[in-house]
Design a protein around this ligand. Structure first.
Ligand code: HEM
Length: 348
């Protein structure tokens, strides 16, 4: 009898193990073949982004600007299309001023192609953003992305970015609404806005329209930084990362932020925002909504929570915003800044 019971429980354990195995397999994050850690595609993208580490922040912004407009379809890279002449595509919109890293997307694809792997331009944009976040966070940020397999678009209009991208002067409601269009929550909005802990900005007018809300010492610090910026290099968005003189002028309080982590993507944006030391109204507006303000405080105190939410929001940005049709490139674009043909749909 005891033996039968033993056999029975062994069977039960085996059955439970099988169920757990199947469930675990189903719960595996959606990292498609070709883009798992250690995979050859990931390695190439990582190396190419690392080669231009100084402009890596640009890839994260590039993915946001591509995916919010017609989905992740690399439409932001097109110089002209069959229906929009040069000067009239997305990248010509003022919303896309200062975009960096576009030329690296073809470099990534060509290197992969030479190794026999084809990915779309849209994949390369999303993958480059992922590696940039990983590199700039010193390996801390790692999130799964689907692909390869994103479609390359054949439509790109200068009129589209203003319809979908938020402006630096947006109120909280406008920000929440513009993210809500894509089913992005207030948590997604705040988590993604923390990307303003890295990179640079150029448009000083945005600062001046914001000046009454911004700490006056921060405005002076930006002026100091701008005076030392050469060749249009821009001003560091994160006050922590400014030169010592500017930072002293700002009277920024570290409040637990690692001051030696200059240029690192971490939760330090929250501390800066809570001191009104951010360049855009759209950042400052996050402090005016109860839920968003709580998130800023929570992220400031809890770097792990910030990491979890930032990673989740980046995965959502990369995976859920599918290219908007009905017309796409057949296969992949040959060169990322040009459509393959001069008319679509292709004659049968
Ligand atoms: C919520 C509304 C947002 C507004 C109004 C906004 C606006 C801007 C502006 C005006 C710049 C400066 C561009 C320049 O002068 O070169 C900038 C930079 C940047 N933004 Fe945003 N942004 C927003 C959200 C986001 C999101 C969601 C992300 C990432 C997912 C992001 C990532 C970045 C990065 C990384 C930079 C620095 C780029 C570089 O150094 O090249 N932004 N943003």
């Amino acid at each position: 009898m005891a033996k039968r019971n033993e056999k029975g429980s062994l069977f039960l354990v085996a059955a439970l193990a099988a169920v757990i195995f199947v469930l675990a397999a189903q719960a595996t994050p959606a990292v498609a073949v070709g883009y798992t850690d250690g995979d050859k595609v990931q390695k190439v993208v990582y190396e190419e982004v690392m080669n231009v580490k100084e402009k890596a922040a640009g890839f994260i912004r590039l993915a946001f600007h591509d995916c919010f407009v017609r989905g992740c379809d690399a439409s932001v890279l097109l110089l002209e299309t069959p229906t929009n002449p040069a000067g009239q595509t997305e990248k010509d919109s003022g919303f896309n001023g200062g975009l960096r890293g576009m030329e690296v997307i073809d470099i990534i694809r060509n290197r992969l192609l030479a190794n026999g792997t084809k990915i779309s331009c849209a994949d390369a944009v999303v993958f480059a953003a992922r590696e940039a976040a990983n590199i700039l966070s010193n390996g801390n940020i790692k999130y799964p992305v689907d692909g390869p397999g994103r479609k390359d678009g054949v439509v790109s209009s200068v009129d589209d970015p203003p319809k979908f991208l938020p402006t630096p002067s947006f109120t909280f409601k406008q920000l929440a609404d513009s993210f809500g269009v894509f089913k992005f929550s207030v948590t997604d909005l705040v988590a993604l806005s923390t990307a303003h802990g890295i990179g640079v900005f150029h448009q000083t007018p945005i600062m001046s329209s914001n000046v009454s809300k911004t700490a006056s010492t921060y405005a002076l610090a930006v002026a100091e930084e701008a005076s030392t910026s050469t060749n249009g290099a821009g001003v560091k968005i994160n006050v922590r990362d400014m030169g010592e003189k500017a930072r002293n002028i700002s009277r920024y309080r570290p409040d637990g932020v690692n001051m030696t982590a200059v240029g690192v993507l971490d939760n330090s944006y929250c501390n800066a925002n809570l001191q009104n030391m951010v360049p855009f109204d759209s950042d400052f507006e996050l402090t005016k909504n109860g839920t968003a303000l709580k998130l800023l405080n929570d992220y400031k105190m809890d770097a792990k929570l910030w990491k979890t939410d930032f990673e989740a929001a980046m995965t959502k940005l990369s995976n859920t915003l599918k290219a908007v049709g009905p017309l796409f490139e057949e296969g992949y674009r040959v060169k990322c800044n040009a459509t393959n043909y001069d008319s679509y749909p292709r004659p049968k």
